[in-house]
Design a protein around this ligand. Sequence first.
Ligand code: XMP
Length: 517
Amino acid sequence: MASESKDEAVVVVDFGSQYSRLIARRVRECRVYCEIVPHDAPWERVASLNPRGIILSGGPASVYDVGAPLAPAWVFESRLPVLGICYGLQVLAHQLGGKVVPGSRREYGHTVLHQNATRSPLFADLPSSMTVWMSHGDQVMEMPPGFRSLAHTDNSPIAVMGNDEGILGLQFHPEVVHTPQGKKIIENFLYHICHCRGTWTPSNFVEDSVGRIREQVRDGKVICALSGGVDSAVAAALIHRAVGEQLTCIFVNNGLLRRGEAQEVIDTFERNLKMKLVYVDATERFLTRLGGVVDPEKKRRAIGEEFIRVFEEEAARLGRVDFLAQGTLYPDVIESVSAEGNASAVIKSHHNVGGLPKNMTFSLIEPLRYLFKDEVREVGLALGLPEEMVYRQPFPGPGLAIRIIGEVTRERLEVLRACDWIVMDEIKAANLYRELWQSFAVLTDTRSVGVMGDFRTYGYLVAVRAVTSEDAMTADWARLPYEVLAKISNRIVNEVPQVNRVVYDITSKPPGTIEWE
Ligand code: XMP
């Protein structure tokens, strides 16, 4: 994985914690570029980033276990400031000559942290006591030579330690929202100890990327598949800014989009952004292919294969193509690296709808490869994309097909579109759209009896799903106000004649997934 070179950066050394990416996000939120590297990464890879500091992540191991991952020598030889978090603190204590022991009991949850008399720049502008989030079994019993305790809790006399060379360790997790002042602590480390200035901004990113894309593409031709989602839109807009007419976007309408969506994409890209756009209405092909398909995986496969076929046909019509642009994001990169044996455990295999054409003769351009979703949105705004597009909730590649239980037919698609429209309308009216990761309707294959006026009805059961999430790896069902749920339910039953019952899905992920199929 080639890394980006920035004028200032920090590396997060991953010891297998699910929190590593959260640490990276927090660092980026402080406007400092940051990348996650495995704990056994060679110095050459890290050096190319030109780092100003190192953060050691948490991890599930105990430092005294045989084979426990340790910090590579470059962490200490580089003489850079280091912040160890939880397991990272224990690694520092263990490797620099202190002593780590199993705690008398596991400490998990909120704790009050008290600063000691020696004030550290790590706590600049922070109160002498604050709430922090702990999750550890082991504990530092003896600090290495040259270190002193900077803060304690009732259970941990050494909850924070540091030396004069800018090597610091925290027993708690500053990256989680349960540590309210955690981001300030990270910011203090970056600004007061690593002396970063905060140069990682959307407009700097755009400027940098445009230069890099021009260098890579030269006079080549680029194609980009638009899905209607924010990632491919921002990737296309960025490449368009760099190479203009050399980019052609291909937008395949698979007939599984939401109401009005295809037209919106065409309007945004062709009319407003003046991009070369090939629009293919392949509804007929997709629906024919989906006839009689009920199994969720078969549906996904059918849609993916059909997409590749249509895409390849259209690309072939364009003649010479040198590059294929994709809106791959950093979480996908981290996940695929994990799959190759990085420390972080793989939680889900990710769905890259359509995948890539098999015999690709072009090279990939992935200008968003190092961005998190919220950064992609900021970059989108910096590029002048409309807010409705930038803040659009994620929508799966297989579209409404995986929100229709059972066979996908035209009639069912229309029913679902009508319900989905109402959900969206009411969520937007209640000003909840941006707070929610996703909100949508699912058409089940269950029918139930109801009464409408004096008549018996026997109609579809529709489920409403709304979740909050940071990155879709986990999600919580949204506590929508009853009034909003009531309005959605009333409107669906009144306005969509085929539906006579609405339920709300209160399953979190895990154990549920966000989509039903
Ligand atoms: P699940 O259902 O696995 O979904 O919790 C996690 C996130 O991924 C989206 N999703 C997809 N996105 N192609 C996509 O581009 C797919 O095949 C696909 N399946 C699920 C889903 O909407 C959610 O945001």
